[in-house]
Design a protein around this ligand. Structure first.
Ligand SMILES: C[S@@+](CC[C@H](N)C(=O)[O-])C[C@H]1O[C@@H](n2cnc3c(N)ncnc32)[C@H](O)[C@@H]1O
Length: 289
């Protein structure tokens, strides 16, 4: 099948192009206005502020053609982050490709909680399982220059992106990258904190339609109604945690209870779930006895 030709825009002005693009994107995106601004700013090589400051300015034919192409990609449901090749997370600018999950703002709750739990630990040793773009590992490292973060993933392609992001953000001295199927290749040692945002969507979940289908399946789905990787991590983490050290896991909005039960079965203490910005229980933490 050939790609349909890019949507045609009548206007040349910034304001006109943004209005037309917003209307075209309304059916595929819950953030049509923002998407249109980010994509036009990219084609002009300018900031979003520029678009607001100069709404009447006309773009060149080449810039308009670029915008039409990017809007076409968005209409095919590609996440804006993949189209732009970057995503802001925490205070960092991260490179993202289709080899890694697009970091979500909800995951910042995990970072915030992690920073609280290591606030009294000097030179904390941290393990981030399933690091993807490196979002969590790098955000923690950026706030704690004394921390050493071991970032692991089973995907070599994802690790390359995470390593690039560490260098780009000047954090590579604090990071160690390891290709590992969960704990299988992590050398025996005890960490002050383990964090993970593992795959947790059931393979038959209808939410896997839409723009999420462009993200790596390996990053999204897990067997046993999405609980298989969470269970494996909870069962094995005690061998890699110091006494009284914390583990923090992100999970689906309806998996807090099951995650708490698993922590309980594996004899952790101080088990607690926390709500994200949307008032949903999205992380569960526990302490090794
Ligand atoms: C939901 S993504 C999280 C990515 C990143 N930490 C974030 O929060 O944006 C899950 C990550 O786990 C990795 N993963 C999947 N199966 C794995 C396994 N068996 N061992 C290690 N990592 C795995 C995926 O490659 C992916 O990068």
């Amino acid at each position: 099948m050939t790609n349909p030709s890019p949507p045609f825009f009548t206007y040349f002005s910034i304001k006109g192009l943004l209005t037309e693009a917003r209307q075209k994107l309304a059916d595929v995106s819950g953030s049509a206005a923002l998407d249109a601004e980010l994509l036009l700013a990219e084609c002009l090589g300018k900031s979003q502020t520029y678009l607001h400051t100069w709404p009447e300015k006309n773009v060149t034919a080449r810039q308009k053609e670029c915008f039409q192409k990017l809007i076409q990609k968005r209409l095919e449901d590609y996440p804006v982050a993949y189209i732009l090749g970057k995503k802001a997370f925490w205070t960092l600018d991260l490179r993202v490709t289709t080899d890694v999950l697009v970091p979500r703002p909800e995951t910042e709750l995990l970072v915030e909680t992690a920073l609280q739990k290591i606030s009294n630990t000097e030179k904390p040793q941290i393990l981030d399982l399933g690091t993807g773009s490196g979002a969590i590992a790098l955000a923690i490292a950026s706030e704690r220059p004394d921390a050493i973060v071991c970032a692991s993933d089973s995907s070599q392609a994802a690790l390359k992106i995470a390593e690039y992001n560490a260098r780009k953000n000047g954090l590579d001295a604090q990071l160690r990258f390891i290709q590992s199927n969960w704990f299988s290749n992590i050398k025996p040692q005890r960490f002050d904190l383990i964090v993970s945002n593992p795959p947790y969507i059931a393979p038959d979940d209808p939410h896997l339609q839409g723009s999420i289908r462009h993200e790596p399946q390996l990053a999204l789905t897990a067997a046993n109604s999405g609980m298989a990787d969470i269970e494996l991590i909870i069962a094995n983490a005690p061998d890699f945690l110091k006494t009284n050290a914390w583990i923090i896991l992100e999970h689906g909005y309806d998996q807090a209870k099951k995650t708490q039960q698993l922590f309980s079965q594996h004899h952790y203490k101080e088990i607690e779930s926390r709500k994200d910005l949307n008032n949903l229980l999205r992380i569960t933490l526990a302490c090794r006895i």
